[in-house]
Ligand binder design. Sequence first.
Ligand code: RUQ
Ligand code: CUA
Length: 763
Amino acid sequence: MKPFTQRTVPLLIAAGMGLAAAAAWSAETLQDVMKRRNLSQQDLLAAAKTYVPTGKRDEFVAFSSGGQSGQVIVYGIPSMRILKYIGVFTPEPWQGYGYDANSKAVLDQGRIDGKEITWGDTHHPAISETNGKYDGQFLFINDKANPRIAVIDLRDFETKQIVVNPVFKSEHGGAFVTENTEYVIEAAQYPAPLENKKFYPLEEMNEKYRGGITYWKFDRKEGRIVPAESFTIEAPPYWQDLSDAGKGPSHGWAFTNSFCAERYVGGIEKGRPPYEAGCSAKDTDYLHVMNWKKAEELVKAGKAKKINGHNVLPIEVAAKEGVLFLIPEPKSPHGVDVSPDGKFIIVGGKLDTHASVYSFDKIMAAIKAGKFESKDPYGIPVIGMKDALHTQVQLGLGPLHTQFDAKKCVAYTSLYVDSQVAKWDYCEGKVLDKISVHYNIGHLMTMEGDSADPQGRYLVALNKLAIDRFVPVGPLHPQNHQLIDISNDKMQLLYDMPLPLGEPHYAVAISASKLKPGVRYKVGTDSRTDKPHPGAVRAGEEKIVKKGNKVEVFGTLIRSHITPETIEAEVGDEVVIHLTNLERAQDETHGFTVSTYNVHASVEPGKTVTVKFKADKEGVYPYYCTEFCSALHLEMMGYLLVKPKGWKPTKTTLAKAGYTEADYKATLKKVADTQAVIDSVVAYITSVNYKDFPDVVAMVEDATDQLNKIPEAKKKHEAAAAAKDWEQANLWAEQVWQYQVKAADLGLRAKTYLEQNGAKKIK
Ligand code: RUQ
Ligand code: CUA
């Protein structure tokens, strides 16, 4: 390489090479470190099982509910490194979620009776399935507090849709998907009148309050829920809890457990025993067994009634037509999980020490034979527990949720009160192993462990309390996700991960190889609708349109400038700014904000985003790119000038820097030196098989983009120089250098990539 100038050197070196680390610490041996840090052999083994070296990636990706944050947390397994928070029911500033107009439109779908609700209590994420197996296309998650379901597209990890349940006032048993994601299941929790905004006293609980299970139709091609084709199976005011869908032999059926089948109404302030006493007084509650295929037919045949514009299949119809059956389950149960082969349904006892394993075959046999032990007060046939049970296994105190292993018949159940995980065989009905966790485990998760094809390997315990596990950070502690190795006979605890964003209830984990997220959008895409954005423009088409008191900006972003660099408005104008990121390079996101107007956008390559606000205050408002996108990131800015009405300029020229011919010549020299660097990098890249590396091809395209802008700037500086306008000549020559620097930066990145990934010389 030729020597380059003083200013170029640090920039290019920083871009091209890492710092050679001084290796003083490596003098310590493994034994030294073990001694100094007081680590056992067991610790080292655990560390080796979770450590993911730099440059390597995790085998699995977990999607955890973000609990009260209303978000989804994405992390890798086994490293337990957090990869992303996805804004779902709650604004998330980094992603511009709730701060740009396009994502606000998604959050607005979650309004209830017109009221903005900016938080959610997310509980259960579900990955879309094909034949009962995770397909990695979509993620669904519920909001328990304000009954809603959100759809996240795993091509870009963005929330695309929020649907509000039109008949529930709360829900818990969502989101769970049917075998081919035909439906997303959402079951109510606390009974309430199904009619919207209708009051009935608690004394009318049995008559007027209802539960239900909603089946949201999912259109996979559109990637959206279709409310008009969705329906709810009305249910008695038992407190429906979690759900799971059948698969394989039980395809077409779904199961929802419940508690407080006592239909107890508390009122401690009136001297009545509280809910907790009355809701767990009896020994059994009801597992709801539903034939959703049949329900779908009945709804299509017009057997549903409309409540709040939504299809509701009345209890009488469901009971009479063989859609809804009940089976007793002990005692205030929690969690219902269908085995991978679809043959068994496992319910945790919560207040009982057993897990109950129901046999789908036996349930079907009882239904076929019309063998029911009774009817519930609403006329729903009740199948006898002994006629449906395969086995019951005593696991310990507070059994809740069950997940499955890749090994046949092996399941894991969380024991809330014992703070343990039980590994057991649900075919034979015996306990295999137990491990203690810290503390009070709720859900647990194995890899793809609620699908038809569990992957085994790891289990994560989602503990409710962290107590003494971490450095204290005040009375509010983080949550504790504990990673457990389940590949051997004995479970081994590997790692504690604090999760400080709300209480994650449930999580799902998928093989990383099944996820295929995109790198860039088709230029001009509105990522929230997946459609072309009407405000998108290409390079050179940028414009500002002023109509009445609306200023509409059609702008672009590319390293390192925002076009336009000045936006003028009058006080009271509505300002609408559409921005298209013209970059193609991976990870070249630009952000955008305007001082004090509470707007923010994250504009990934190819995306178009709109921000809107009323310019209600006279003044000068810098706007700038909020992602550190390039060396000239800080210069990626402009001014919004909000003028008083009828304002007239008194000064019409900008101050000059007074550049001379010598400055211009120096800049030209710098340009020539930089060109030499570029030439040497280009020579290297084209001497190897770079076309075999798609990432490099994208970088080369991007660099070429930058270089292609040079001739125009060059023409301008040469014309200015011919006219002896050294000010303009020098500035346009500087702009040439800007394009070069960005091209060189990309070229060096490409070169490093090629060197590290074994590019081969070609002739
Ligand atoms: S549940 S309390 Cu998933 Cu155990 Cu929400
Ligand atoms: Cu674009 Cu910083």
